[in-house]
Design a protein around this ligand. Structure first.
Ligand SMILES: *[C@@H]1O[C@H](CO)[C@@H](O)[C@H](O)[C@H]1NC(C)=O
Ligand SMILES: *[C@@H]1O[C@H](CO)[C@@H](O)[C@H](O)[C@H]1NC(C)=O
Ligand SMILES: *[C@@H]1O[C@H](CO)[C@@H](O)[C@H](O)[C@H]1NC(C)=O
Length: 180
């Protein structure tokens, strides 16, 4: 895989607002890290995939293996790629993220891939992890290219990490992504 893709996702600051309202007795979200956040591109939900970490939780500066799997309604192309990124609460990337090839997989078949990367050397107390399966096109078209995604909100109080009006756990992707 000689194509390194890197995606810039931007989170809505609105993500955090509902916690203050909902969390009478804040509880930290427990480990294992829960990959339960839906991603959106241009207002459209992206099909959810699954991810597990080892070790869990992520240790700053140490290698972490993501075991990623799922069953999607669209094919994963021959150049399908998984992108992994860390972001802070205002949507800035933490570290460089990573990418790895995904085995080409027909729609409605289970795919599975392990990807190991070195976690960012510094992690804030609250951050997001995104795992995104992309069929890269040239030029990139996130709405079309992103076929699966899931996010985790780490270090937040338990309860919805909702968007506006308590809409359930969502990470919102901007339209920009960059091929390096
Ligand atoms: C985003 O969604 C709007 C409304 O559904 C659509 O008109 C627009 O073309 C979409 N943008 C992209 C980049 O796909
Ligand atoms: C992470 O794994 C890579 C490849 O196995 C290795 O070169 C690197 O030293 C490891 N990093 C840490 C922090 O263990
Ligand atoms: C990935 O493969 C598709 C289909 O062959 C092709 O159209 C696309 O340009 C390739 N993506 C990149 C980034 O080369």
């Amino acid at each position: 895989m000689n194509r390194l893709l890197f995606i810039h996702l931007f989170l809505l600051v609105a993500l955090f607002v509902t916690n203050a309202v909902n969390a009478a007795v804040p509880k930290k979200r427990p480990t294992p890290t829960r990959f339960d956040v839906t991603c959106q591109v241009n207002g459209t939900d992206v099909e959810k995939i699954k991810a597990r970490l080892n070790p869990d939780p992520v240790v700053a500066g140490k290698n972490v293996t993501f075991s990623i799997s799922g069953l999607l309604s669209r094919d994963i192309a021959a150049n399908g790629t998984v992108l992994i990124g860390f972001q802070d609460v205002v949507g800035f990337n933490i570290g460089d993220g990573a990418s790895a090839p995904v085995p080409p997989t027909k729609a409605e078949n289970v795919f599975s891939v392990d990807a190991t990367l070195e976690a960012p050397t510094v992690l804030p107390t609250q951050y997001f992890i995104e795992v995104i399966v992309v069929n890269p096109s040239n030029p990139p078209d996130p709405q079309k290219d992103i076929v699966g995604c899931v996010g985790a909100a780490v270090g937040f109080d338990d309860g919805p990490v909702g968007g506006l009006n308590g809409s359930p756990n969502k990470i919102v992707a901007s339209n920009s992504f960059l091929i390096l």
